[in-house]
Design a protein around this ligand. Structure first.
Ligand SMILES: Cc1cc2nc3c(=O)[nH]c(=O)nc-3n(C[C@H](O)[C@H](O)[C@H](O)COP(=O)(O)O)c2cc1C
Length: 284
């Protein structure tokens, strides 16, 4: 395949994926039309797998690739726990409510934020840890989030499908106890992985005109643009179910904004701050 052919093949993939994702991503320069960018644009979460196991060596390699991600000041305040033991896995699945698909996922890893090692280094080197405030929690969470994103990219690059799991924080203390996570280390998110049993679909995102700004934050016409996204989402990927129908009723034009407003109309993980403080973080 010539360079022109591969640019055109990537352009076709990218155009198709970004059109569905945003609706306003064009134009695409040749420099963007490379397989790596097309692969990112084609991302989709997979929750259903064909049952084939994930080779532990492959999983380890994916974790190594993800842990190659940039890290704030090279502090490396994130770790991954691979859940191999069947009993630990069964107990962990039971602590993650509302995900009937999860027990069938062949592999599960847990991305942890880890500010403990930094504090240990201070102790070993005899230097005061003079940053006991919100920043270490934020930085460790950021490092963990980046690794989660890179895990997804690495998994998808080898053809695996995966689904991040923030619901692992619904039972944060029990998960921490089960995985033996010490002070200043907490489960940021799980990631289920397996070989996809279905092609899946590219979920539309808000248009770039809402989320991509130049020079100054720009909220012009944001409500009208989000309402247009609601209609676009409803036409190409309608929600299969509506949230909390017993409380809010059923709507014909149920779109993204109604879904998201309903989601946070119900308290979620209100005890997480207290858990994080118990982990030793000072959130001032
Ligand atoms: C940090 C994070 C946590 C997530 N937690 C969950 C979860 O607990 N359960 C779930 O089914 N999906 C979870 N997801 C997947 C999102 O629901 C999914 O990314 C989103 O609906 C967009 O779909 P897409 O990834 O296919 O584009 C999570 C994603 C991220 C990034």
């Amino acid at each position: 395949m010539s360079a022109t052919d591969s640019t055109e093949a990537a352009r076709a993939r990218l155009t198709k994926a970004l059109d569905r994702r945003f609706g306003d991503a064009a134009p695409l320069p040749d420099a963007a039309c490379v397989p790596g960018i097309a692969q990112m644009a084609e991302h989709r979460t997979h929750r259903y797998y064909d049952g084939r196991p994930v080779d532990p060596a492959l999983l380890r390699a994916i974790c190594a690739a993800a842990l190659s991600a940039p890290s704030k000041s090279d502090l490396q305040q994130r770790d991954i726990v691979i859940v191999e033991d069947k009993d630990v896995r069964r107990r962990l699945d039971a602590l993650i409510p509302g995900m009937d698909w999860l027990p069938a996922a062949p592999a599960l890893v847990v991305v942890c934020a880890n500010n403990r090692r930094q504090r240990q280094v201070h102790e070993w080197r005899g230097h005061e840890f003079a940053n006991d405030h919100l920043d270490p929690f934020f930085n460790a969470s950021t490092d963990a989030a980046i690794v989660l994103g890179w895990l997804v990219l690495a998994a998808e690059a080898v053809g695996l499908g995966c689904c991040p799991i923030s619901v692992i924080r619904n039972n944060a203390q029990a998960v921490s106890d089960l995985l033996g996570l010490p002070e200043h280390v907490f489960a940021y998110a799980g990631l289920a992985l397996g070989w996809p049993s279905q092609p899946g679909a590219i979920t539309p995102r808000l248009p770039l005109s809402v989320t991509l700004h130049t020079d100054r934050f720009d909220e012009r016409d944001v409500r009208a643009k989000i309402e247009a996204h609601d209609r676009r989402r409803a036409s190409i990927q309608p929600y299969r179910t509506q949230r909390a129908v017993e409380k809010f009723g059923r709507m014909d034009d149920y779109g993204w904004s109604e879904e998201k407003a309903r989601q946070y109309a119900v308290p979620e993980r209100a005890d997480f701050g207290a858990f994080i403080r118990r982990k030793g973080f000072d959130l001032r």
